[in-house]
Design a protein around this ligand. Structure first.
Ligand SMILES: Cc1ncc(COP(=O)(O)O)c(C=O)c1O
Length: 418
């Protein structure tokens, strides 16, 4: 029998013979965690043909990876870099990361305090797996990047939510953190700065207050800094680990994905004191053995010449800043939309009072072909207000963004009338 037909028949019958209920074998916590809403919105229907739709849902740079980095990946293959590397990552890359973080962000680490991972995502997972036990408490400001929520739940730990809103430019209020700390012991506090999904940067004064609290109440600061090189308006960026009495308590999550349009390379890293790295390394080894060897070489080449790197980053930042300005200018024309100007990253998190955003975003996609993500997908059921927000990524060229903003404005007008 023709092999193709035989495979199809086996597949057909094996599907038919699946009488087991597989849920009984799955961890209930996994059953309860939904697939990321950022992807889910792709399956929503639209009457607009696919080629005319405008996708502003996935936080993936549309700008190409700089050519010199792509050539480095080719060179890595020519050099036969196809074996496992050191679990921590190649020493030449870790040294380059140490030099880069020192000169760009005044962070002081040694190469043994760097762990190269398969993207920031696996860094998140490895860190949380290493530090959390069941029933530990983690303070999470919302809205937040959803995989943190899942990863905390997979460790049977509790989330203590902190609400942030557009009225305060999504800033954290240290007194609210203190209130949580006075009620329960806390293992860690999560900071994402610049934030996904709001683009907010935690001001230095707030960071200082958080560090004081960390020392008073003895918790770790988990600082996601993967957007720390996409900063607008020439502002200075402060990493929490540079503040006094903070270094020992901070675990930094970093990545090459956004800073240099390298999402598919899957290279991120963790910066933390050696004793923490030694433990997180065990989880990382269990998950990945090591990060991709070819991508590690490309990441090393990305950092090798700091002048070239500065040029590559500032060209990306300029593009994102122009786009941010375009979107902000368009959306502030509407009296229905409240918006905070993002200081970094490439996200907007506008609010429209009294709208259910899941319904609105579905309607927007169906009628206008613009895909965005409802704010509740970045939040918790405990914070109802976030149902009135939605996330827009400005990772599309200006013409598309311009059209997208016009359609969003039109939709907000029409929607109220339907
Ligand atoms: C705040 C934040 N952290 C981590 C990640 C993971 O990125 P990657 O795994 O591509 O490095 C993302 C991706 O969107 C993110 O927004």
């Amino acid at each position: 029998m023709n092999i193709g037909i035989r495979t199809k028949l086996i597949f057909f019958f094996s599907k038919k013979l699946c009488t087991l209920s597989y849920d009984q074998f799955i961890n209930p916590v996994v059953l309860e965690t939904p697939i990321s809403g950022i992807r889910l919105v792709n399956s929503w229907e639209s009457k607009i043909p696919l080629r005319e739709q405008i996708h502003l849902n996935i936080g993936q740079p549309d700008l190409p990876t700089p050519s010199y980095i792509k050539y480095a990946a080719v060179e890595a293959l020519e050099k036969d870099l196809t074996r496992y590397t050191d679990v921590l990552g190649e020493k030449y890359l870790r040294n380059a990361i140490v030099g880069f973080q020192d000169s760009f962000h005044h962070l002081r680490y040694s190469s043994d305090e760097v762990l190269v991972t398969a993207g920031g995502q696996s860094a998140i997972f490895a860190v949380l797996k290493a530090i959390l036990s069941p029933n530990d408490n983690v303070i999470v400001p919302f809205p937040s990047y959803p995989p943190y929520i899942n990863a905390i739940k997979y460790n049977y730990a509790n989330i203590l939510p902190l609400k942030t809103t557009v009225d305060h430019d999504f800033n954290l209020i240290p007194e609210k953190i203190r209130e949580r700390l006075e009620k329960k012991p806390v293992k860690a506090l999560l900071l994402i700065s610049p934030s996904n999904p709001t683009g907010t940067i935690v001001p230095k004064e707030t960071l200082e207050e958080i560090v004081n609290l960390a020392n008073e109440f003895n918790f770790l600061i988990l600082s996601d800094e993967i957007y720390s090189d996409i900063i607008f308006d020439n502002q200075a960026y402060t990493s929490v680990a540079t503040l006094s009495d903070a270094w020992e308590r901070t675990i930094i999550i970093q990545s090459f994905s956004k800073m240099l349009s390298m999402c598919g390379f899957r290279i991120g890293y963790i910066l933390a004191p050696g004793p923490l790295i030694d433990q997180i390394k065990v989880i990382h080894h269990t998950m990945n053995i090591c990060a991709n060897n070819i991508a590690q070489y490309a990441a090393y080449k990305a950092l090798e010449d700091q002048n070239q790197l500065k040029r590559a980053i500032s060209s990306l930042v300029k593009t994102y800043q122009d786009r941010r300005d375009l979107c902000i200018e368009a959306l502030t024309n509407s009296d229905k939309i409240s918006i905070s100007k993002p200081r970094g990253a490439f996200y907007l998190f506008p609010k429209i009072d009294n709208l259910n955003m899941i319904r609105f975003c579905k309607w927007l996609k169906y009628n206008y072909g613009v895909t965005t993500v409802p704010g509740s997908y970045f939040s918790t059921d405990l914070i109802e207000e976030h149902n009135q927000y939605f996330r827009i990524c400005f990772t599309a060229e200006k013409e598309k963004l311009d059209l997208g903003m016009k359609k969003i404005l039109l939709a907000t007008e029409k929607y109220k009338k339907t």
